[in-house]
Design a binder for this molecule. Sequence first.
Ligand code: RNT
Ligand code: ZN
Length: 417
Amino acid sequence: MKREEQIQKSYEIAKERYAAIGINTDEAIAKLEKTPISLHCWQTDDVMGFESNKGLSGGIQTTGNYPGRARTIDEVRKDIEFVNSLLAGEQRLNIHEIYGDFGGKFVDRDQVDVEHFQSWIDWGKSVGMKLDFNSTSFGHPKSGDLSLANPNADIRNFWIEHTKRCRRIADAMGKAQGDPCIMNIWVHDGLKDITVERKRYRELLAASLDEILSEQLPNMKSCVEAKLFGIGLESFTVGSHDFYTGYCATRKVMYTLDTGHYEPTENVSDFVSSLLLYVPELMLHVSRPIRWDSDHVTIMNDQTLDLFKEIVRADALDRAHIGLDYFDASINRIGAYIIGTRATQKCVLQALLEPLQILRQYEDNGQGFERLALLEEAKSLPFGAVYDYFNLKNNVPVGEDFIACIQQYEKDVTSKR
Ligand code: RNT
Ligand code: ZN
């Protein structure tokens, strides 16, 4: 039997199997196709960007030196286009401010403008990818330990100006693509050692954000990202989870939940239902922490599965924007995108295939054994056949076939860098 026929046949069998527990696999596939995943441009080049070659600061770090890093804007675009060609469904591109098209000139962060992203806007249009955006507080001489929470008004205002400008750039992107651009604000602000000024820094951060977010921009949405700690900033994080939960709930701002930003034993998926009660929307940074916020490539593990199950159980796929956030420089970087995106899609799909109606009936009836039994059985239902068919239907490599495609691209393109 030909492989295509095999996949088709397996899908027909899986479809019947799921139908028996009230799940329509065609509908699940259609939903998955309409669930965009925003690819983080910074996996192409280890978060270097095109502003300077100073490298990372601000509590984040890439490790590894696998050959083939993208060095120019054209290489980033070429890599993303190739990544996109291997993926089914809709992908967006998430750009950091340091990836602007600065034309070889140094453009400081308080000078950045829409013109520096016009070529990205044009490129997005030409390849059919919508854009998301991020202000960049790290990797700059004025980054220090504190940016938006800095007691020094000059430095604080510099970062306020930067973030305001970034929101206007995001608005221009949103306008051009006819769909809101999601702009994430993550600042690294924190301290290495004990501070006696926690409240003061948090007041400053809230005031800076209030000023930044006061400008009404209809074509973009802002979100703010909490964090546990950064490298070199271990004692105190200004924008902690409590800070941003309160901030987003009172200001009605989108909350960014990065799965790497919690204590290693915390159950991140449990935050979803609470947050959804109080904040308008969620931005997800899907990542994989190993012992700390290490930004390993996302895989299909329990944490990621539970995260998407909670979102689907809350009927909130349309209130959650999905983005990837990891940077692994130790393996083929293109491969890292495909692994992470496919893993995320597999988790979303499994969440969509959960026999929720029956599970809820069991729960209502106090049938604990039946609920647990079906949850267990659902784990080994043939979701893989559905995922294979989703890829076949969309004319992209099925199963492990993408490995050879990436090896070819490495041979032809990235190994020559
Ligand atoms: C850092 C945050 C943030 C960054 C990107 C590069 O801990 O997760 O989202 O990873 O902005
Ligand atoms: Zn993040």
